[in-house]
Design a protein around this ligand. Structure first.
Ligand code: 6PG
Length: 258
């Protein structure tokens, strides 16, 4: 992992503006290396304003919508039009407002069947995209070697006050999974407390860039431990175990930054 970068902004508004700019630049840079570019969206409330910014001038004109595929880091097991759906939030704030082709949007079908079945379905979708010769999909993805983990260009993540990220919660056995890309979290966790589906740690840690969005003073202590005592944080907080092969960038507002 490269040395983590920490950027502080006065408030969520400034963070969201800088974050949107960063994503546009990253997508453009990535497109010089490969096409399409893969972006994993975060759930929770913090990214909403950033998503709205991406869908608005000047960022919306700078984004390569046709060449970007969107995925999710985790989903709550609710229908896509439910107010708690991570897909629903991103759709309202971003995807419904921009000319992204529907085949570029890969949502987690977390409302279908059990969390286990939903996780298997999403992993099949990812495998078909990243290994089109093996799966049924036709997408011309950035194809890794057969059997390799997928390498996303950008993964956006949030941080919980208990140190969770995506749907990777402290003490959950899902943290130790190494042989799956997507895992079910069947016991209700988080807010809202519902079963969930999440990308696994090995997949997140293969990313070319992970970008955390953190806002609010209630997250400051968690962020302090992660930034100042990373070894200890990696034993206590799932977010402390995010050590991507590529860049790790913390976007935090003044309340959250220690
Ligand atoms: C979810 C998440 C979760 C979220 C954090 C931060 O589905 O709940 O993806 O990991 O990002 O809990 O959430 P807030 O941005 O709402 O504080």
């Amino acid at each position: 992992m490269k040395t983590p970068e920490a950027r502080q902004y006065p408030d969520l508004k400034a963070l969201s503006e800088a974050g949107a700019k960063h994503i546009c630049a990253l997508v453009r840079d990535s497109l010089r290396q490969r096409d399409p570019v893969t972006v994993v969206l975060a759930g929770g409330k913090t990214p909403r304003l950033l998503y709205r910014n991406l869908a608005s001038p000047p960022h919306n004109a700078r984004m390569a919508w046709f060449n970007t595929h969107f995925f999710w880091g985790d989903e709550r097991c609710v229908p896509p039009d439910h107010p708690d759906s991570n897909f629903g939030m991103a759709y309202d704030a971003l995807l419904s407002r921009v000319p992204v082709p529907s085949e570029n949007v890969h949502r987690i079908p977390a409302e279908e069947g059990t969390p286990e079945e939903a996780a298997e379905a999403y992993e099949r979708d990812l495998r078909a995209f990243f290994h089109p010769s093996i799966g049924q999909g036709a997408a011309v993805g950035p194809v890794p070697e057969k059997g390799e983990l997928p390498v996303f260009d950008l993964i956006l993540l949030g941080l919980g006050t208990d140190g969770h990220t995506a749907s990777l919660f402290p003490g959950d056995p899902v943290l130790e999974i190494e042989d799956r890309w997507v895992a079910p979290v069947p016991n209700p966790r988080g807010s809202p407390p519902v079963p969930r589906v999440t990308l696994t740690l090995p997949v997140i840690n293969r990313a070319r860039c992970v970008m955390f969005l953190v806002s609010g003073v209630e997250k400051r202590d968690v962020l302090r431990l992660i930034l100042e005592e990373p070894d200890r944080a990696s034993r206590v907080y799932p977010a402390g175990r995010i050590k991507p092969e590529g860049r790790l960038v913390w976007f935090a507002d003044a309340g959250a930054m220690p």
